[in-house]
Design a protein around this ligand. Sequence first.
Ligand SMILES: NC(=O)c1ccc[n+]([C@@H]2O[C@H](COP(=O)([O-])OP(=O)(O)OC[C@H]3O[C@@H](n4cnc5c(N)ncnc54)[C@H](OP(=O)(O)O)[C@@H]3O)[C@@H](O)[C@H]2O)c1
Length: 290
Amino acid sequence: MKTNVSQIAMERRRFGPTHREVPVIGQGTWYIDESDRASAIRTLRRGLDLGMTHVDTAELYGDGAAEEIVGEAIAGRRDEVFLVSKVLPEHASRRGTVVACEGSLARLRTDRLVCYLLHWRGRFPLEGTITAFEQLKNDGKILSWGVSNFDVSDLEEVRTIAGERRIACNQVLYHLKERAIEHAVIPWCEKHSVAVVAYSPFGHGDFPGPRTAGGRVIEQIAAAHGATARQIALRFLLRWPSMFTIPKASTPEHAAENAGAGSLQLTRDEIAEIDAAFPLGPRPRSLPML
Ligand SMILES: NC(=O)c1ccc[n+]([C@@H]2O[C@H](COP(=O)([O-])OP(=O)(O)OC[C@H]3O[C@@H](n4cnc5c(N)ncnc54)[C@H](OP(=O)(O)O)[C@@H]3O)[C@@H](O)[C@H]2O)c1
C-alpha cells in the first residue's frame, strides 16, 4: 500500500452537482513555485500518472508562477486534468473576474478550466462575481464554478442568488486538528449536492508527529493496513461522501504516497479511534481559514 504503484486504484466520486467523476485525492500547488521547477513538474506529472488528476491552483500562488508551472506540467495532457483555479477577492468584480480568468487561462496555457472558484469572500457583491462566472461558463472558458472558505450563511446567499445545484464545490480548511467544517458546512454541502474539497489536509506542515498521542493512534492504524500515517489521515477526511482532498507535495515520492490513500478503506472502529484521538471541538464563531 505504501508507494506500490501497481497496486494503486484511485477511487473517484461524483463532484457535487457536476456529472464528473473526480479522484478523491488531488494535488495542491501552493508554494510549488518555491521548489526546484523541474522537480515540481515531475511531481505533478507523477501525480497525474497515479490518478491524482484534480489539480488545484490559484492566481494568488506565487503571483501566477504556480499556474505557469502547472501549465507546463499538464502540457499535452490537458484533457486528463480536472483543472481548478481561483480568482482573488480583490479582482472579483463582474469585469475583474473575467479578466482574472483570462490571465489564469493564459498562464495555464489552456482555453478552459473545469472549475473556477472565488478564493474567499471579499468586498465585491456576490451577484457580480456569479454573473461573471455564468458568463465565463456560457463562453466555454469554465465548465463549472464554486467558492472557497464559505460558511453556511455565505453559501445560503450564493444559493439564493444563483439557485440550487449551481455551486460545484466549497474548498475549505480541513485536517485532523481542524474539524470545524463538520459542525455545519459539510452537512449543508451534502444536503445541497455541493462537493467539499479539503485544503491543507496535512495541516500545512503541522502534521501530528509519531510521538504525540494522536500521532501514535494513526501510526498504529497505518501499520495494520501496511499504510502510512498520512494515508490514514487523508482517508479519515474522505469518510464523508461529498469529500475530496488536495494535498500538496514537492517530490514524486510524496505524491506517490498520497496517491496510495486513493483505495484505502478504514473500518468503523478505526474511524471511531481517530475521532476520539482528534476531537471535533466546539463550533467556532467564524469559519477558520489558513
Ligand atoms: N482555498 C484556500 O484558501 C486554500 C488555502 C490553503 C491551501 N489551499 C490548497 O490546498 C493545497 C494543500 O494545502 P497546503 O499546501 O496548505 O498543505 P498540506 O497539503 O496540508 O501540506 C503540505 C505539506 O505536507 C508535506 N507533504 C505532502 N505529502 C507528504 C508526504 N507524503 N510525506 C511527507 N510530507 C508530505 C509537504 O511537503 P513537501 O512539499 O516537501 O512534499 C508540505 O510541507 C494547497 O497547495 C492549495 O492548492 C487552498
